[in-house]
Design a protein around this ligand. Structure first.
Ligand code: XMP
Ligand code: MG
Length: 181
């Protein structure tokens, strides 16, 4: 059973819903008349993206990107591969990048750099979770859900080995599941 693999529930379905509503309201107020392009970084942010955009009450467009991850323990070069690009023209657009979790910051700093180079009028970052202890590259976060400690979390879109994405809450995975204590 999946629940048995979870050591501790960090954020319940209700806590997540409340936070997402709060972020959606802030974005709606900040982007009135701007018709922002909301860009989700797949796959981890797919649940957050679906919930967040339904709490954005102003006109907006949505698009999706996928980037490669680098292996844990390997040296990060700062080079991140684009697996799936957005289809929208971003020249002059106001972008909001939606991420599940900000960890080292390598992925997002790379993404923000290339999207800026394509002529976006503005780029802001909305991340549900952040692990400040793990940061290697400074990334400005405009809309943050929760800061969390350095533990591996799953659920609400986040996976371990492609599992647990469908959990409606966010929990810390038992280290025994991935070969720890
Ligand atoms: P950066 O570039 O900020 O990478 O190091 C962020 C990406 O790392 C993954 N990540 C996690 N995924 N539980 C997960 O399911 C976690 O606790 C976790 N920490 C980092 C995730 O793919 C994110 O987009
Ligand atoms: Mg992942």
């Amino acid at each position: 059973m999946m629940r048995n693999d979870i050591q501790e529930v960090l954020f319940s379905e209700q806590q997540l819903a409340d936070k997402v509503a709060e972020l959606g309201a802030r974005i709606s107020a900040d982007y009135e008349d701007k018709n922002p392009l909301v860009v989700s970084v797949l796959k981890g942010s797919y649940v957050f993206m679906a919930d967040l955009t339904r709490k954005i009450t102003i006109p907006c467009n949505v698009d999706f990107m996928a980037v490669s991850s680098y292996g844990a323990g390997t040296k990060t070069t700062g080079e991140v591969q684009i697996i799936k690009d957005i289809g929208s023209k971003i020249d002059g657009r106001h972008l909001i990048i939606v991420e599940d979790i900000l960890d080292s910051g390598v992925t997002l700093s790379f993404l923000m750099k290339i999207l800026k180079a394509r002529g976006a009028a503005s780029i802001r970052l909305c991340t549900l979770l952040s692990k400040p202890e793990r940061r290697k590259v400074d990334v400005p976060v405009d809309y943050l859900g929760f800061e969390i400690p350095d533990a591996f979390v799953v659920g609400y879109g986040l996976d371990y080995a492609e599992k647990y994405r469908n959990l409606p809450y966010i929990g810390i995975l038992k280290p025994s599941v991935y070969g720890g204590e």
